[in-house]
Design a protein around this ligand. Sequence first.
Ligand code: C2E
Ligand code: MG
Ligand code: MG
Ligand code: MG
Length: 273
Amino acid sequence: VIKDKQRNHYQLFESSITENFKEMLTIENELRKAIRLSQFEIHYQPQVDISTNCVIGFEALLRWNHPEKGSISPGVFIPLAEKTGLIIEIGDWVLKEACRQTKEWQDKGYSPMKISVNLSVKQFLQKSLVEKVEAVLQETGLNPKYLELEITESMAMSNEEFIMETLNGLKGLGVNVSIDDFGTGYSSMKYLSQFPLSKLKIDQLFIRGQREQNQSIVKSIIHLSHALNMKVIAEGVETKEQLEFLKNEKCDEIQGFYISKPVAADKVESFLC
Ligand code: C2E
Ligand code: MG
Ligand code: MG
Ligand code: MG
């Protein structure tokens, strides 16, 4: 009986591996097709200077327009792209397209805006990242001071020397780096003070929560950023009250549905001055 049970378990285990594997292959194929058929599209969410109320930049947020499934959220497919390694190819496209588009807007004579591009762990840990970024800037003609790369705290946990080298390389190009979703990961204060970073992005979790503890955390992150000579931006700002609080606490920038949801490229010009 025991033997039978083990056998069943084994078969169950084996078939679920096969299923997962099949599923991964399907997704991998779908993602490859998406790249080939240009099913990806970048949406842009405005970032506002809290003291002047001016739009000073945009975050590039990827969308997948699937022919049958409709618009698929990056929260769903980015982790899969990471797992399959396709994030490198997809990420290269996002970086180049976002820089190209931003330069095009700037060339139309609008006051220059920054562009923030998200980098996943695998992208950031590429040996060739700095050269890649340099090549994209050269090809698109975008001034490096308008490019900001968003990384997450989880990256700071891997090879410290390598990260320092990459960050210094990017700084050498004149590109800014910010920490996304700050407060939800594992940043050590040691890294925060040593790494050349230009901005902290306070995670929306702390902005949304109305509890007093959240407000204390937000205040602390704002003070910490300024003490370390960094700028600070709040994500996920949805109400006037949240905006007023952040303004009072001298947060530099805000981003969120209160200003605008991420919009398609052809809707961006209405935000530009
Ligand atoms: P993120 O970089 O932290 O981006 C912020 C997310 O919050 C976006 O979701 C945005 O649409 C959403 N958001 C902005 N304002 C508000 C608000 O006021 N309220 C609420 N409830 N949500 C708001 P989205 O576009 O679904 O992206 C999810 C995540 O996917 C991003 O989080 C980022 O980690 C990842 N991602 C998106 N595009 C890319 C990309 O091109 N490359 C990589 N590696 N990751 C990406
Ligand atoms: Mg981001
Ligand atoms: Mg974020
Ligand atoms: Mg996030």
